[in-house]
Ligand binder design. Sequence first.
Ligand code: NAP
Length: 316
Amino acid sequence: MSDTSIRNTVILGTGPAGLTAALYLGRANLAPLVFAGNLPGGQLTTTTEVENFPGFPEGVLGGKLMEDMDAQARKYGAEIEYELVERIEFDARPFTLHAGGKAYRAQTVIIATGASPRLLGVPGEQTYWNHGVHTCAVCDGGFYKGKDVVVVGGGDSAMEEASYLTKLANKVYVVHRRGELRASKIMADRALANPKIEFVWDSAVDEVLGEKAGNFNKANRVRVKNLKSGETREIAASAMFIAIGHVPNTKFLGGALATDEEGYLKVDHHQQTSIEGVFAAGDVHDRNFRQAITAAGMGCASALEAERYLTRMGLA
Ligand code: NAP
């Protein structure tokens, strides 16, 4: 089945980058079609309080911020489809996008598919996936009230996850592979001062261990290795939350657009990818800042550039 119309711009992703692009294109009367993908609202929906988005001196819940961005984009004519784009044909114009068993055509495309949590790849990670191994404390922390849990990582995400989990868990171990944190000072200081957090420095997770619980496998301890001494120890913990960064969601593009060695899309100064008329915004190409506000800024820039391209080519 095909959508018969030719869209000016199709946007992939409803995080701050995608929805800001949608808002700008909507206000330009270009009626963008937006695909929400498999995490509508993006990564901010898996966080709690956002303290560093300008305009919210008291902070704002990540989910609420995204709801408001969604409403604002729709108000100006953005159409949002809750489907995942599986494939794009870039060899003919307009481009053809395949989503939910339908084909869509677009003169320009903005890719704002963000990034997904990086995993450790250690034994037990898959065995206890969602039964003790998680990547989102806000989503799954509630299962571990009064228990001991482990957080892996030393960046802002790990500190945020650990601090959040102290409100639920009995104790939080933070396992970090070095002796110093990567997190920003404010987040690091907050976690370091939290009496419910114990840091396990210079250490890597070797394996997640557990037991059969009815029909499920359930994690109950994490074996960690001190990378300096080589000693291993088992931490009794009901869950391990992995917070070691992200990988860009570009696999579905099948290498059609130029990326760096880690899969981040390459863009020029106009947010344009290696194919003219195809733009990228947010964490899918930004390995440097990775902030909601920078993603929103890039979404705005990509929309303005898409609009200029459509005008230049006489397409809209
Ligand atoms: P990140 O800054 O890249 O930190 C990743 C952490 O995981 C690092 O400590 C890294 O160790 C560790 N790590 C990476 N690969 C690992 C592996 N295979 N095994 C064990 N440890 C591993 O990622 P992030 O914390 O997700 O933050 C991403 C961006 O989002 C940052 O710009 C951050 O400032 C931002 N952010 C901001 C907030 C906020 O302001 N509220 C909240 C969350 C995230 P090393 O340190 O040794 O490299």
